[in-house]
Design a binder for this molecule. Structure first.
Ligand code: NAD
Length: 295
């Protein structure tokens, strides 16, 4: 069993660290939030006083932090404390250039590193069923596999350094676009006299099918577990989707990629969040389609 330092014990990191403890690893955690620390202690983590102490003399260091600037700052802070043979796994969703910097910092001290963002949300973190999208050298990916396993439903090795973050921004750009398209279609269907169930029965088995309809249907009824049945409580909050769309647009600018629908999705989610809906599930964007059309 490995000694693991876990930095960032929030909504995602807390339950992920708890699953590593359950798998028998010795986990030392650190967070800036006292509440997060107490939850991690209850889950069986040892608690360190600093990021440096968390990373010192560990086989593996995992970070699950809000954004790229936090990851780069923490990597800079701990770089002289990690063992040269240790493995650094960053599971935060961050911009590609910060992910490149994090790999470079790990490399500079001889540590292996993997970018391994996740999808599956808080329930996936609690249940140990996250999908990890991993990027790194073959040696790093091989070393990461048994560490990720207790937190994962699936680990997809996407390629070299930053390939995991690349897959994450592409996936979530598709998700936002299909969700917006799905909400537009359900609202149009209603205006044409279709029941939600009739449209669901067709689309869920026809060429318009996507996860946004079959698993996360944005109207109440057809998929009882979707947030639409729970007044659009998240789930996956619109402000997190806006963050991920911002990352995909940054990546598009960086690579000169043409992503007009990604850009438009970013603009619509920005408008939705600016109207005070950042904490609403991202499928709640259907509310934008339900107003009379503006001229
Ligand atoms: P969160 O805000 O609940 O947790 C982040 C934690 O990091 C907080 O507890 C904060 O105190 C801590 N932190 C910040 N700076 C720190 C530092 N310097 N040292 C130690 N701790 C520090 O966020 P979350 O929902 O757990 O998300 C974490 C990451 O996972 C984000 O990048 C997010 O985009 C991604 N993600 C979230 C979800 C989701 O559904 N919540 C799903 C997929 C991916």
């Amino acid at each position: 069993m490995a000694s693991i330092g876990f930095i960032g014990l929030g909504n995602m990191g807390g339950p992920m660290a708890a699953n590593l403890v359950k798998a028998g690893h010795h986990v030392t955690g650190f967070d800036l939030s006292a509440a997060a620390i107490e939850d991690a202690r209850t889950a069986g983590c040892s608690i360190a006083d600093s990021a440096v102490e968390t990373a010192t003399d560990k086989d593996v260091v995992v970070t699950m932090l809000p954004a790229g600037k936090h990851v780069v700052a923490v990597y800079d802070e701990i770089k002289n404390s990690v063992r040269a043979d240790s493995l650094m796994i960053d599971s935060s969703t961050i911009d590609i250039s910060s992910a490149q910097q994090a790999h470079a910092i790990a490399d500079s001290v001889g540590a292996l590193s993997v970018d391994a963002p996740v999808s599956g949300g808080i329930m996936g973190a609690v249940n140990g069923t996250l999908t990890f999208m991993a990027g790194g050298t073959e040696a790093a990916l091989e070393a990461a596999a048994p560490v990720l396993e207790p937190m994962a439903g699936r680990v997809v090795n996407c390629g070299g350094a930053t390939a995991g973050q690349a897959a994450k921004v592409c996936n979530n750009m598709i998700l936002a676009i299909t969700m917006i398209g799905t909400t537009e279609a359900f609202e149009l269907g209603r205006r044409l006299g279709l029941t939600d169930q009739a449209l669901f029965d067709v689309v869920s088995t026809a060429s318009g099918q996507s996860w946004s309809t079959t698993t996360y249907c944005p109207v109440p009824g057809p998929v009882p577990t979707s947030p639409a049945n729970n007044d659009y409580k998240p789930g996956f909050a619109a402000d997190l989707m806006l963050k991920d769309l911002g990352l995909s647009q940054e990546a598009a600018s960086m690579t000169n990629a043409f992503t007009p629908l990604g850009a438009h999705a970013n603009q619509l989610y920005k408008e939705f969040c600016d109207e005070g809906n950042g904490g609403v599930d991202f499928s709640g964007i259907i509310k934008m389609m339900q107003v009379p059309k503006k001229d």
